[in-house]
Design a protein around this ligand. Structure first.
Ligand code: HEC
Ligand code: HEC
Length: 490
């Protein structure tokens, strides 16, 4: 049996002890032993397809108690990476002793675990007896050291473990074990806690086509999202915040793998079988009504057997490639998000916030180029005509039962009341610029930058929008005003 030992490592739960010490400032609660919940679309698959998908996800991500680090994903799992080096000249190495060079920060200490990443011992571990930073020599408690050139990691995965601890303690009750946004308190909240599993995040500094950056996640966790139940976690130290950012990214990648593989397998679902069955019944009825000879309706179990055979063929031919290309797709997208080229930098400095600029912004806001007013209303109160309409569900012609906008997670959504002056994605002018430039991901608020509006025009709109809280109360189409109210108009 060939295991992809080079690319996937179990992060041993024994190392939780190490993470625990690091988490002293937030306390170290024993973890509720929990399972990652599966999507409804996964549990809807026929048995064979479901277990293939679940095995793929489990193999590469593990369980909440036994995390697996999949090296092909752009996650900083933590630990110090190094290479076995040639012995310094004139040094006689004892068995179990080896010279090393290491990359990055951190100190190797007695008692730490070394995990061999390459060579014959790949995947095996040893405990460190002593380490000398000056001579670059490590000796192992037991066993012999592998050959020169072997790569290793010390306390590999400690960052992801710490992230998990922080998450379990602070985030799980809203965001859920699997990051599905369905923790025990979630149902009472509006907006709902984010379901990370689509890989979609709303408040990003990136272009409309790109994902969220580590900096965005850091900001949201540190400062919270004003006007929602997402609290600020200023009390976490930087080390913990960095770790929980990685954990959120990792959960998002896990969820995306499950979602994207599931989308490939919909032909092998219970819903698909029921659809086929219903169609067969309908065409039988139609044939009978027309006086034609009807075709026999296949039984559910024969449909299931056919789907099972088809899946077996697919599993033996294309499935592995699908997993591979899906993982590549996810890895590339998340890597690109942190590329500086993905971040929006206005091409021109902020246009001076003058009455003229606000007036131009107001005209754009009320224009049919932007149609801001259709959602946010003529006076910015978030009550535009779009909130009265019935909208179709994503990727379908079927409409929601309730009037008004919805996000990609299917939750009802109000356009912001711009007179409140509350900016969930940050209140600096450049934050509002980025919101308008790239839209708000996962919501119907579209992107305007690059296509509809020039950067100067986006700034005019920013100036107008940011003046709205200070405008005198509303006539249906207020004249541009620079008058500052003593209190923002609510
Ligand atoms: C009391 C409930 C609650 C807790 C606790 C909570 N969140 Fe949230 N979180 C929310 C809500 C609600 C939203 C959605 C806000 C919105 O859609 O505007 C959210 C959104 C987010 C987002 C998405 C930001 C974006 O731009 O889309 C991230 C990331 C996030 N939370 C991370 C965390 C982390 C990490 C923790 C723990 C350290 C945490 N949250 C704890 C309620 C919570
Ligand atoms: C199709 C409807 C729609 C259109 C058109 C639209 N928006 Fe929005 N906008 C929304 C929704 C919905 C939200 C709230 C999203 C959320 O927080 O989940 C929003 C939020 C905002 C926010 C709040 C950002 C923050 O950080 O909290 C601003 C500012 C904004 N829109 C400005 C504009 C401007 C300016 C235009 C036109 C250039 C515009 N919107 C066009 C639907 C729309």
């Amino acid at each position: 049996m060939i295991r992809m030992i080079m690319s996937r490592f179990l992060i041993k739960s024994a190392w939780i002890a190490v993470a625990c010490l690091a988490a002293v400032s937030t306390g170290c609660v024993p973890n509720p032993s929990a399972e990652f919940a599966w999507r409804d679309s996964t549990t809807d698959l026929i048995k064979d397809a479901r277990s293939s998908l679940q095995n793929t996800v489990n193999e590469n991500f593990g369980t909440p108690d036994d995390l697996v680090a999949w090296e092909r994903l752009p996650v900083n799992y933590g630990g110090i990476k190094g290479t076995v080096a040639a012995a310094p000249e004139g040094t006689e190495l004892t068995p179990g002793e080896f010279a090393f060079s290491h990359e990055g920060e951190g100190e190797v200490k007695p008692g730490d675990t070394v995990l061999w990443l390459s060579g014959e011992m790949a995947g095996k571990e040893a405990t460190i007896q002593s380490a000398d930073a000056a001579t670059h020599l490590i000796s192992l408690k037991a066993g012999t050291a592998p050959a020169e050139g072997t790569t290793f990691a010390v306390n590999f995965g400690d960052q992801l473990q710490l992230g998990r601890m922080v998450y379990m303690k602070n985030c799980l009750h809203c965001h859920g074990v699997a990051g599905d946004g369905a923790g025990p308190t979630a149902q009472y909240l509006n907006p709902r806690p984010r379901d990370y599993r689509l890989g979609v995040f709303k408040f990003t500094e990136t272009l409309a086509t790109e994902r969220v950056t580590r900096d965005d996640l850091w900001r949201v966790i540190k400062y919270g999202i004003p006007g929602t139940y997402m609290p600020s976690f200023l009390l976490l130290d930087d080390h913990e915040t960095t770790a929980v950012v990685e954990y959120v990214r990792w959960l998002a990648m896990r969820g995306e793998l499950e979602k994207r593989l599931g989308d490939e397998l919909t032909d092998y679902s219970q819903t698909s079988l029921t659809d086929q069955y219903n169609k067969a019944v309908e065409s039988k009825k139609a044939a009978e009504a027309a006086g034609d000879k009807p075709e026999a309706v296949p039984s559910m179990s024969s449909l299931r057997n056919t789907a099972k055979d088809d899946f077996k063929e697919y599993a033996e031919s294309d499935y592995a490639d699908t997993v591979d290309s899906t993982a590549d797709f996810i890895a590339e997208n998340w890597t690109r998000a942190d590329d500086p080229a993905s971040v929006i930098h206005p091409a021109v400095a902020r246009v001076a916030d003058t009455p003229e600029s606000r007036a131009r912004g107001r005209l754009l806001y009320l224009s049919d180029r932007t149609k801001c007013y259709t959602c946010h209303g003529n006076t910015g109160r978030g009550n535009g005509g779009a909130t009265e309409d019935f909208w179709p569900k994503p990727g379908s012609t079927e409409k929601y039962d309730a009037r008004g906008l919805h996000d990609v997670w299917g939750n009802p959504l109000q356009p912001r009341n711009l007179r409140l002056g509350q900016y969930r994605g940050g209140r600096r002018p450049v934050d509002v610029f980025r919101r308008i430039y790239a839209g708000i991901k996962g919501t119907p608020m579209p992107a305007f930058g690059g296509t509809v509006l020039k950067d100067e025009e986006v700034w005019d709109v920013v100036n107008y929008v940011m003046s709205l809280p200070f405008e005198s109360d509303a006539s249906p189409s207020p004249a541009p005003s620079t008058k500052m109210a003593a209190h923002p108009v609510q």
